[in-house]
Structures are given as C-alpha cells and as structure tokens.
Ligand binder design. Sequence first.
Ligand code: AMP
Ligand code: MG
Length: 419
Amino acid sequence: MNTSAASPASVARPPLKALDDALAELLACAKPLAGQETVSTFDADGRVLAQDVVSALQVPPEDNSAMDGYAVRSTELADEGVVLKVSQRIPAGSTGSTLEPGTVARIFTGAPIPEGADAVVMQEDCQPLPDREGFVRIQQLPRPGQWIRRAGEDVRRGATVLSKGERLTPAALGLAASIGMDVLQVAARPRVALFSTGDELVMPGEVAPVQMRPGAIYNSNRFFLRALLLRLGCEVSDLGIVPDQREATLAALRNASQNHDLILTSGGVSVGEEDHIKPAVQQLGSLDLWQIAMKPGKPFAYGRVGSAHFMGLPGNPVSSFLTFLLLVQPFLLRLQGVVDVAPRSIAVPAHFTLAKGDRRREFLRVRRNAAGGLELFANQSSGVLTSAVWGDGVVDNPAGQTIAHGDIVRFIAFSEWLA
Ligand code: AMP
Ligand code: MG
C-alpha cells in the first residue's frame, strides 16, 4: 500500500494541549536541584529558602513600650489629672527596675516595661510640672496593657518564621535578621543557557536602524528573556543568535547541554523546514513539541539534551514573553524548590468589550484605569510587543468567552508576576 501520497489537506491538525495540562507535565519533570548555598542575609533577596528558618528567641524579647511616655500602675490612677513622682528613666536599650508604688517611670519607645507597670500613657497625654521637678500630671486614664508591645507578639520562640520553598522578599530578610540570622541556606541558582534562532535577527548596536537590510529585525526576545531569567535568580549563559542551520543548531545545543540545568531557546519550534530545533534536539536527546491551547503562544517544546532540560519558546515576541511567564517561570521556580508557582489572578471589572472569544484560552494585554477597571490594548497581535509594555498585566480569558463592559474577569498583574 502506498502511504506516502497523503496530501497536506488530509493531515489532521494536531490536537491542542490544555495549558494546565502542559504546566502539570512540565512541573512533574522539574525535580528540585540538589545544590544549596549559604548566602549572607544581605544578599538573599529573591532567593529560595532551602531550609525552614526557626526562631531561637522571641520577638520582642520582652514587653516593651510602643510609645514615648510614662509607664504606670494603672490601678493607682483613679482620676484624670493625678500628679505622680517620676521615679526612674528608661531609654531604649536599657532596663529599669521594679516600679515603686505611687510613682511612674519615664519611658521611651522600645524600652522594656519595668516590673510592676502594666500600661504606658503617651507623653502627649502627660504634663511635666514646671514648678515641681520630677513630677508629672497624667491627663488620661490608661486601659491596662495600653501601649505595651507584648513579648513574643511578633515571633514566638521555636516558631518557623520562614519556610523551605519560600522565595525571599525584602521584608523576609528583615524578619530573618530580627531573629539573628546573618546567613541563610538557599537553593542553588538554576544555570540556564539561552539562545535565539533566526537568520533574520540582528543585534541592536551591530547594525544601525537606517542600515537594516530588508527582512531583518532586531533580536528583542533575547533582551526580555535574559532579564526575566536574571530576576528569577538564574545564572545565565547568553549564547547569542544561532543561524537557521542544522549543524549550527546541533553545535549550540551540544555546547549548551554542558553544565546547564536548562537550555532555553526562542524561535524555530514550528515544523517548517527552516525550523531546526525539533530535529536537532531529537538527534541529541528527546523532545515533545506541543501545540498549546493559548493565545498568544501555541508552539512550545520540552525535551532533554544530556542532563539538561530543554525548552523551546515560540519566536513571536509576545508569545515568547507569555509562554515564559506561564510555563518557564513556574518550572524554574520549582527547580529551586518553590511550592506555590502559579501566578495569582484577581477579579476586576472589564472596561472594554470582547465581541468574540478565541477558541484558545487568551491572555489579553490590559491596563488598569483610575476607576479600578481594565482597558484593552487595541492590537492584541502576538508580534506587538508594545502591548506588553503599555499593559500592566493580562486578562486570563477562558476559550470562547465574550466580555461585556462591566463583566468581572481574571486579571494577573505584571508587577506581581515579574517578581
Ligand atoms: P519562528 O518561531 O522562528 O517561526 O518566528 C516567529 C516570528 O517571530 C517571526 O516573525 C520571527 O521573525 C520572530 N522572531 C523570532 N525570534 C525573534 C527574536 N529573538 N526577536 C524578535 N522576533 C523574533
Ligand atoms: Mg525562525
């Protein structure tokens, strides 16, 4: 039987893969990297904790004053305007002694509450007496416990303040420091080899805009992919532009598979004869080429070359950008041991209409307006990078879903996503 004569028209379109299924498959392959590093807490912003951080002390260490004022025995203050002797002075960093009955202690923010005192009256509610030095008039009757920060109210001794798999933020560094951690144990940085494919690509700086030959475009993907990788704590080997040739692609892949955890490419993942990624990765390792039901996006490749993971992104800039955020970023976070890798979407009203929903799940570039609604960028083409700069996030719109003005949609903010 002759099977070679099938006409292109009879070739079925490959079925689309749901984005969630693609992500689940990728994450199943993302075994956290074995390596760990001890880094100074100063340098740990954005890194992922490889160990729980447990507190050996309580914070605050003892009850202390939340105000500059006077520490009092609240039961002794029956009437507003009572005049009492100031028996001691306790600045932050020193400790007082037991408060003598019938007296108050001058106290400052952060200073330990002396034994016997059970409230602080802020200095704005007290009046030193000019004619009686060492005495003060208490103008306000305090509630017991007023303006006292309780020992351990922030952190209890033995508490896990930060967990393994958590990505460190500036506030987390402060919290770690507050319990005395000068160094932190973090996951190794993923080593990523990055290259762009495409004979049309030219690097900015190599050819002036007015001298660009017909058909040439500047390599924009390289810039945002590199920046996105660096933000995720990766060590990036930028291997530049690889021409659309089998041998060059093989050589680049062989080189990149040494000493890298991930090889990331953009372009060349379709199945045209100018697309060399698929056969080259298959020759050296293994590769699945997926058609993902997302827009922009669609072609996406995952495979292995030697011990390195391989991911091939589509060439169209907005497709490349969004498939990175939706698939590569969660993968790289998981390599570092992050548990919660999904971006957070929130419900926001649309201040635009979408007359026809795409048959694929669509990520619409939108911008929040001052009224708390979302506006749509007019040109949603996968080549229009302006949309991703104008926009401050995307609407995650289910397949086939139309949108009317005022409909509540799911919004993912770039400010949170591009962490
Ligand atoms: P490809 O996926 O290689 O078929 O490329 C799809 C489209 O994306 C083509 O219009 C390419 O010129 C464009 N493209 C591919 N790589 C890049 C890149 N690094 N920067 C900007 N555009 C690109
Ligand atoms: Mg190409």
